[in-house]
Design a protein around this ligand. Structure first.
Ligand code: SF4
Length: 257
């Protein structure tokens, strides 16, 4: 058995409970790793954003553009470098925290936002998310000015949604996430024009968003093909740190949903 051991291999339920508790404590105190920063004039309408990239994600989307980041292949940016960038970059007028999936860090994401706000209290903060962790969004809602929530497919088509994200789609979590995001001024919703989505699918997505949060902008981003690695979606995650795992990924071509 390797270390840390797989909890499924632990015989005693007590040992397993202690192991899971230890994972939750780690999530609570772990500060996100910074995988990069970028100044962008196209990330948010009419704003120049300092985009902060965090590694790891709990989805394995088809054609993911950031698969290297998701797989943990990145050179870590020291926190002091981020502080320097924040203190000295006077051209940006917002901060975007993106990934990967920032919410996988749980309370660690809150500490990162607090750090950013402490250094640049003048700048609004937006967090990008796939909408799978409304519990984390709920905790950050008083600190941020908006979320960019990705709606990957029509939620009415659960099987199609699951096929795109590589795991079981949780519609309830997405609905909760959209409702939380809806109250904030800089929130927007996005979908990539995946080649497997039809015009009817986009109509369904718009109807879904209109029913829950009609007041926020919705953008369709153009699709660009990415050849992600062959083992990108195979079995359980071997990439997320153990304490951030909560799922099993579907292999390519699965028929679940
Ligand atoms: S949500 Fe999907 S597209 Fe976004 S980083 Fe995760 S795997 Fe990639």
């Amino acid at each position: 058995m390797g270390f840390p051991p797989d909890p499924q291999c632990l015989v005693s339920p007590i040992v397993r409970r202690v192991y899971n508790w230890f994972g939750e404590v780690l999530e609570r105190f772990m500060f996100p790793k910074i995988a990069g920063t970028l100044v962008s004039g196209i990330d948010h309408p009419d704003r120049v954003a300092l985009v902060v990239y965090l590694p790891y994600c709990n989805y394995r989307c088809l054609w993911c553009h950031n698969y290297e980041l998701v797989l943990g292949k990145f050179r870590e940016v020291p926190l002091e470098d981020l502080r320097w960038e924040l203190e000295n970059n006077m051209f940006v007028d917002m901060i975007v925290i993106t990934g990967g999936e920032p919410t996988v860090y749980g309370d660690g994401l809150i500490r990162l936002i607090e750090f950013v706000k402490e250094v640049r209290p003048d700048l609004p903060v937006r967090v990008d998310t796939n909408g799978s962790r409304p519990d984390v969004m709920e905790k950050t809602v008083d600190l941020v000015d908006g979320f960019a929530v990705d709606v990957k497919a029509p939620p009415q088509k659960k099987r199609l949604y699951s096929r795109i994200i590589g795991r079981e789609f949780d519609e309830e979590a997405l609905v909760k996430s959209i409702k939380i995001a809806c109250d904030l001024p800089l929130t927007l919703f996005r979908t990539v024009r995946y080649p497997i989505l039809t015009d009817e699918d986009f109509s369904l997505i718009k109807k879904f968003l209109n029913d829950i949060c009609p007041s926020k902008p919705y953008y369709v981003n153009e699709f660009v093909f990415v050849n992600s690695p062959a083992d990108w979606r195979g079995g359980t995650s071997t990439y997320l740190p153990k304490n951030l795992q909560d799922h099993t990924f579907y292999p390519e071509g699965f028929e679940k949903g």
